[in-house]
Design a protein around this ligand. Sequence first.
Ligand SMILES: NC(=O)c1ccc[n+]([C@@H]2O[C@H](COP(=O)([O-])OP(=O)(O)OC[C@H]3O[C@@H](n4cnc5c(N)ncnc54)[C@H](OP(=O)(O)O)[C@@H]3O)[C@@H](O)[C@H]2O)c1
Length: 329
Amino acid sequence: MFNWGIIGPGGIAHQFANALAGLNQGRLYAVASRNLQRAQDFACLYDAPISYGDYDRLVDDANIDVVYIATPHSHHFHYAKLCLQVGKHVLMEKPLTVNAKQTQLLVELADKHQVVFQEALWSRYMPCFDDVKSWIKAGKIGDIQYITSQIGFAFSHLRDHRLTRPDLAGGALLDLGVYSVSISQFLLDEHPEKIHAMGVINDDKVDQNTSVNMIYPSGVISQFTCTIGAQCSNVMTIHGKNGYILLPHCFWNGEQAQIFRDGQLVETHDFPHQTNGFEYQIQSTMESIKTARPYDPRMSHNDSINVMQTLDFIRAQIGFILPESIESI
Ligand SMILES: NC(=O)c1ccc[n+]([C@@H]2O[C@H](COP(=O)([O-])OP(=O)(O)OC[C@H]3O[C@@H](n4cnc5c(N)ncnc54)[C@H](OP(=O)(O)O)[C@@H]3O)[C@@H](O)[C@H]2O)c1
């Protein structure tokens, strides 16, 4: 039974804790918040025996095997570094860090301390994306030409939301665009060789709307828009010579895939989650620990680094600059 700890018990940590409760190889052992009462309230909801009022105490707890880090992205690097240095396994929310050099350093630390370090880009661990990838490889819709996706929500009117704050690495690209970059990479099994991006930096100094074309060595194009200022269709479509695969609203949830030929819907595949979709990445992390593999091959360190390099490149093109205090290593 693996003892899990949570750093940053905010919105998404509830999804994690709910999914963990449905699995029998691990349990929520400790919760750390910057505020002890918040940690205790969260721990009480999920029967976790230990609560800490600061993150460092959880890092020091020798009873914890593996830590789920769910702070805003700005704080991922710092806490992952602390955990990996003391030999704790880590499952960390997307995007892993705010830039590629931080991800590279964490990968080196995980190698050095021989611990599991996995990016919680939850979609990549789901049966839906395994199946879609196998359909593409089997030529079910013919040669792939391009992928399109839109991802976004209207957040930017919310004052003080983490997505509107550069000091918390807000903006659309790092939080939402990362799905389009990472899922395209997963489905195509290649890294983009050319990237053209345009973006609008808003008054909060984060990217509000970003539009990107990525061209892969195979000649496939993946084109996406991400936004924190609009309601979106949130669909991904993979276009092939003989048809297309549509991943409907919200595509990254991996709950349904439809296949169209000649404009007609010919197959619908449903992928109901056992709990909420977080179970796959948690299960995978525990499998990695048990089998002493450094990561799940569906989300390799090399892929995580490449995703961050792509995001760095896009940010440079659209002029999205983050405070040096959160970019440093
Ligand atoms: N996989 C998914 O579907 C999914 C969905 C949403 C978000 N995420 C990822 O999960 C991470 C957290 O997102 P979230 O929406 O859960 O964030 P959130 O609720 O805004 O923040 C999470 C927690 O981080 C802690 N925190 C630490 N330093 C902070 C600071 N300086 N300012 C604000 N909070 C701070 C807070 O906990 P305490 O104050 O209690 O310490 C807060 O509750 C992000 O990296 C995001 O990309 C993933």
